[in-house]
Design a protein around this ligand. Structure first.
Ligand code: C5P
Length: 310
């Protein structure tokens, strides 16, 4: 664990008994699947970075001791919602009489490979820890995070990190981000992809060792742009083959002028880095006229405040 103390910027904002917190999306610069484990999960090595596309969560007290969730996307207002489960977990363990209403303003596309649900869960854990002043150690938080999902530990701090094991072994990397990747287009094809299904269908011939992730880690530690061949995602080949919408979107991004395109997580979102805002914007507009959902974003460290220096 790193950054056990929250900076000012990452603190949940509280006013009049109400608590607001942002939950940022992520992209995967690398995603190496090393092998299948006896527990059904896979061992991974992945370098992840939070980006400034975020959900807004508002927590407020309610009279009884229930946890309730209301989302701007109606289908997410159910018992499987990770933000809801995070609050239930905290309440069960530490504050059995506290009730809370979670209002979830969703902006991060759902089932998209951007970690939205996991980020919401981590944000609720951090916000409740602060708001209810809970005596949670970093390892308590980590245990709760991993019990909610493999990506949740990364989102406790966000930024740039190498994640290993199931995803729970998080090593923070120096906050370097290459100038040639200053702006990021995130293109979400109009399909949803089940993470479990994509893992299940991955042939072992697409497994790798952790070479790419280690190389990217070494490059950013040396404040250098990683080699493009190390921006490797084990799932890219099979997702492009199994989901023609993703292959088409990738071709359209390249055709519109994106120099590099990669899959985020298990997809279907693709990301394309740019060095110039005006160029990124032109490509975004072109793709939007073709009917695509495209976000213009950038790497963000939730701890950094309003000025970011890479
Ligand atoms: O941990 P989480 O619930 O987010 O994972 C969703 C699914 O992705 C798991 O049920 C599993 O099928 C797959 N997965 C995996 N190995 C990982 C992470 C996820 O097989 N390290």
């Amino acid at each position: 664990m790193h950054n056990a103390r929250m900076s000012h910027a990452q603190r949940a904002q509280t006013s009049d008994g109400v608590c607001f917190v942002r939950a940022y999306a992520k992209i995967n610069l690398t995603l190496d699947v090393l092998g299948r484990r006896a527990d059904g999960y896979h061992d991974l090595a992945t370098v992840m970075q939070t980006v400034d596309l975020y959900d807004t969560i508002c927590l407020s007290p309610i009279e009884d001791s229930r946890v309730q969730l209301v989302s701007t996307i109606a289908e997410l207002s159910n018992d499987d919602n990770l933000a809801l489960r995070a609050a239930q977990l905290v309440r069960q363990r530490l504050a059995p009489r506290q009730g809370v209403l979670i209002e979830l303003y969703k902006r991060i596309p759902v089932a998209a490979g951007l970690g939205g649900g996991s980020s919401d869960a981590a944000a609720v854990l951090r916000a409740l820890q602060q708001w209810w002043q809970l005596p949670l150690s970093p390892s308590d938080l980590l245990d709760m995070a991993i019990s909610l999902g493999s990506d949740v530990p990364f989102f406790l701090n966000g930024g740039l990190a190498l994640c290993e094991g199931r995803g729970e072994r998080v090593t923070a990397l120096a906050p370097y981000w290459p100038g040639s990747m200053r702006w990021l287009l995130l293109l979400k094809p109009a399909i949803r992809v089940s993470t479990a299904a994509v893992f299940r269908n991955l042939p072992s011939s697409d497994y790798s060792d952790d070479t790419h992730s280690r190389a990217v880690r070494a490059a950013v530690n040396a404040r250098q742009m990683p080699r493009l061949e190390d921006l490797h995602n084990c799932f890219e080949r099979s997702v492009l083959e199994d989901y023609p919408e993703v292959a088409r979107a990738r071709a359209d991004l390249l055709q519109a002028g994106a120099p590099v395109v990669r899959l985020s997580g298990t997809g279907p979102t693709l990301f394309a880095p740019f060095s110039e805002l005006s160029y990124a914007r032109r490509v975004q507009e072109q793709l939007q006229t073709q009917g695509y959902e495209v976000y213009l974003s950038r790497a963000i460290h939730p701890n950094e405040g309003i000025v970011s220096i890479y």
